[in-house]
Design a protein around this ligand. Structure first.
Ligand code: GAP
Length: 490
């Protein structure tokens, strides 16, 4: 059996599969779509929901000192002044005058560094990235442009180096509240969910009677007017984050940073991602709020890229909110008899990026059969706890009492498992359809079922078949799809 290796398939295979089999569609496709905005189809919505539920439960059930929150998308505009997003949430952009294409200046330079590294010039690559970091920190945008020119970086479309100046571009979307469009009514669509947690720090601490160290977890939409939206759902303008802010005593940030780094890496592996396809990447250029930051990167078909960030945010956010709101953001620590503004370690995962990671990791093409009958089998290998559909009930024929047996199994299991019932078409084609959406178990009802009260389970990954008593089905499948299988690895 030949398995198509990860480098053989491309992002195009994944996008086509996601569209064709009900996972992800371009937004408002009948109007030719909206760039960097996507909709999740029936199986995509299930997969994403399972992923978010799993994260929520892992955060809240496995950590007694983490509680949940669901804050609004709209927040008081001063929130974004305090957080630094009004002044610093910018990307440096540059336009090519010939192609009229816009790029992120730092991405152009990083791509050049990757090229140098691939050519065995690792030292040159490192020096280039370091110099870019220095110029950006010094806000020397003319220097950044010069770096692009000096390194012979050209527009991939026009092939020229006819660049505009580098300018800062704020990524926040704004809109107006109320019926009068005046500046005073301008509000922003949140660019991160974290600020909803910070402004509620004292509400949660007091009402849930939390003691430092403790965490607040939240899942929700975030919006960024990305300059370059590319690579499918990797960089979207509307996306979902799963964030947790962990409030700690000042001075303990290194310990807790390492603690959450290890936990989050284990979590990705527990989803079924091989360790060699995950890595840590320390930030060269720190965000405006962080004193240490690391990305967890996954090996996508287009290279290792960030799926989650872990940031040591010091007391930057709470301190700034305290200053601007004039409300105390302090915690009295009875153990040391002291008041302080807690420091924060943040774990910030993108639900859409993790979804994309699961698709890339799960997409398998392999040759099955022999001789003339060799054909390619495509299937999605999701962890059963995450699979959109857990089992398909497939009576062999639509007569002779088999549908009745199938319907009874369906009715017994439907309250606990997401199922599909299908009783027409060849059984081979029905198995194929389930493989394509990643259903881990197919349950075939045949003539023997009438006599032996048993059915055949066909396993997605191995295509092996096993005879099982109908009365044992529920416990067998529930055991396999339980999130406990993932929790046990954490
Ligand atoms: N609160 C910290 C924060 O927002 P970030 O590194 O900017 O940090 C965290 O974002 C995560 O959100 C990223 O690791 C990524 O998974 C996801 N993310 C960020 N921008 C995104 C975008 N445009 N499209 C999809 N996911 C995005």
């Amino acid at each position: 059996m030949k398995v198509k290796s990860e480098i053989d398939f491309t992002i195009k295979d994944i996008i086509a599969h996601a569209k064709e089999y009900g996972f992800v569609y371009p937004s408002s496709e009948i109007y030719d779509g909206l760039q960097a905005v996507y909709d999740y189809g029936p199986y995509g919505a299930e997969l994403k929901k399972n992923l978010k539920d799993l994260w929520w439960q892992a955060m809240i059930k496995l950590n007694e000192n983490v509680v949940g929150l669901d804050a609004a998308i709209f927040m008081h505009p001063l929130t974004w002044k305090a957080s630094g997003h009004v002044d610093s949430f910018n990307d440096p952009m540059i336009d090519n005058k010939d192609s009229k294409k816009r790029y992120r200046a730092d991405v152009l330079i990083e791509d050049k560094a990757a090229e140098l590294e691939a050519d065995g010039k690792a030292d040159e690559a490192q020096a280039l990235v370091k110099e870019m970091g220095r110029l950006l920190d010094a806000e020397d945008l003319a220097g950044v442009k010069q770096l692009i020119i000096d390194n012979g970086i050209k527009c991939p479309i026009s092939g020229t180096a006819n660049w505009t100046d580098v300018r800062q571009f704020n990524l926040m979307f704004s809109t107006e509240v109320g019926s009068v469009s005046e500046d005073a009514n301008k509000i922003y669509l949140r660019p991160e969910t974290a600020q909803g947690i910070f402004v509620n720090f004292l509400n949660v601490q007091k009402t849930a009677r939390m003691k430092v160290p403790f965490g607040i977890a939240q899942i929700g939409k975030a919006f960024r007017n990305e300059i370059v939206a590319r690579q499918f759902i990797f960089r979207m303008r509307e996306f979902e984050q799963m964030e947790m802010q962990f409030f700690i005593r000042p001075g303990e940030e290194k310990k807790w940073y390492e603690h959450w780094k290890a936990i989050r890496m284990k979590w990705h592996q527990a989803l079924g991602i091989p360790a060699e396809n995950l890595r840590f990447h320390d930030h060269d250029k720190l965000a405006h709020y962080a004193d240490a930051a690391v990305d967890i990167e996954f090996k996508f078909p287009f290279g290792f890229k960030e799926v989650e960030g872990i940031h040591s945010r010091t007391d930057f956010d709470l301190g700034n909110h305290q200053e601007l709101s004039k409300k105390k953001m302090q915690y009295f620590d009875p153990e040391i008899n002291k008041n302080y503004v807690p420091f924060v370690i943040e774990t910030s995962a993108g639900a859409d990026r993790l979804f994309f990671m699961l698709l890339c990791n799960g997409y398998k093409e392999e040759e099955v059969g022999e001789g003339e009958k060799v054909k390619t089998r495509t299937y999605l290998k999701f962890h059963p706890a995450l699979a959109p559909v857990k089992a398909a009930i497939l009576p062999l024929v639509k007569k002779d009492g088999l549908p009745e047996i199938g319907r009874k199994i369906f009715d017994d299991l439907k309250y606990d498992l997401n199922l599909i019932y299908e009783d027409s078409g060849s059984i081979g084609k029905r198995y194929t359809r389930q493989d394509l959406i990643g259903t881990p178990f197919c349950i075939a009802v045949d003539y023997e079922s009438k006599d032996d009260d048993s059915v055949t389970i066909r396993y997605r990954d191995t295509m092996e078949q096993e005879r099982v008593k109908i009365s044992d089905l529920k416990s067998k499948i529930e055991k396999e799809v339980s999130i406990k299988n993932i929790f046990d690895q954490l």
